[in-house]
Design a protein. Structure first.
Length: 231
């Protein structure tokens, strides 16, 4: 019994040394990550609340886009070209943007342009050799057929700042946060445009209307996607 009491501590010490020797990199990594987390939490320059908010928004947007991509059948087979966006600073004209791809890259007028996969931004309306002009849904002249929510409510998308969803039957039940999806043949069916907000209808109005809230800020877009094999 005494021998067991001596052997057991020695065995535990040997096991500990074995673990440290063979798994020291894993332990070091764990300690480094733990230290980074603790330092980050107590660093005054680290906005943890902002970090959590951004993380939540990104995860929510990713889930929403993944679901919508499934609905409209987008896949890696779709031929997207990534284009850089020229700065509009200090001007605040959101109607048009210029991208750094043109005819030499296979771009043509009418090609759909997306802020992210499945999220409509506009379409190409002018093409040069190395640049193209994109008219966005913020152009007051923009018009498009859309559906709201479960696809049974039809409406008109009118461009502007912000874009508006109009000609909604007053008998239709729509609410803030419902998805607005494309029905116009110029873009993939059910491609995402944004969500409903600020639903309104006057006492004597025949129709309801609402604002379109996009899942992006146009001023923050440095890149866009051009769908080159549609229709």
């Amino acid at each position: 019994m005494r021998s067991l009491r001596f052997v057991l501590p020695i065995a535990l010490i040997l096991a500990f040394l074995f673990a440290v020797f063979f798994y020291r990199e894993g332990i070091n990594g764990f300690l480094f990550r733990s230290r980074s987390l603790v330092v980050g939490l107590f660093d005054r320059s680290f906005d943890y609340a902002g970090f959590l908010k951004l993380k939540t928004e990104n995860e929510g947007l990713r889930a929403q886009i993944d679901q919508l991509n499934f609905r409209i059948g987008l896949s890696e087979a779709e031929d997207y070209k990534t284009a850089g966006v020229y700065s509009r600073y200090p001007f605040n004209d959101r109607r048009l943007i210029v991208i750094n791809l043109g005819s030499r890259d296979g771009l043509k007028e009418g090609m759909p342009v997306f802020a992210a996969e499945g999220v409509i931004l506009g379409r190409i309306t002018g093409v040069k050799r190395s640049q193209s002009l994109v008219t966005t849904i913020f152009d007051p002249e923009w018009r498009g057929s859309v559906s709201i929510g479960n696809d049974t409510v039809k409406a008109l998308l009118r461009g502007g700042l912000p874009p508006s969803v109009e000609l909604v039957s007053k008998s239709a039940e729509i609410k803030d946060g419902e998805s607005v999806l494309n029905l116009s043949p110029e873009f993939p069916l059910h491609a995402f445009l944004g969500t409903i907000q600020a639903v309104s209808a006057g006492v004597g109005d025949v129709w309801q209307k609402a604002e379109l809230q996009t899942p992006y800020n146009l001023d923050d877009l440095n890149e866009v996607l051009v769908l080159t094999n549609f229709p």
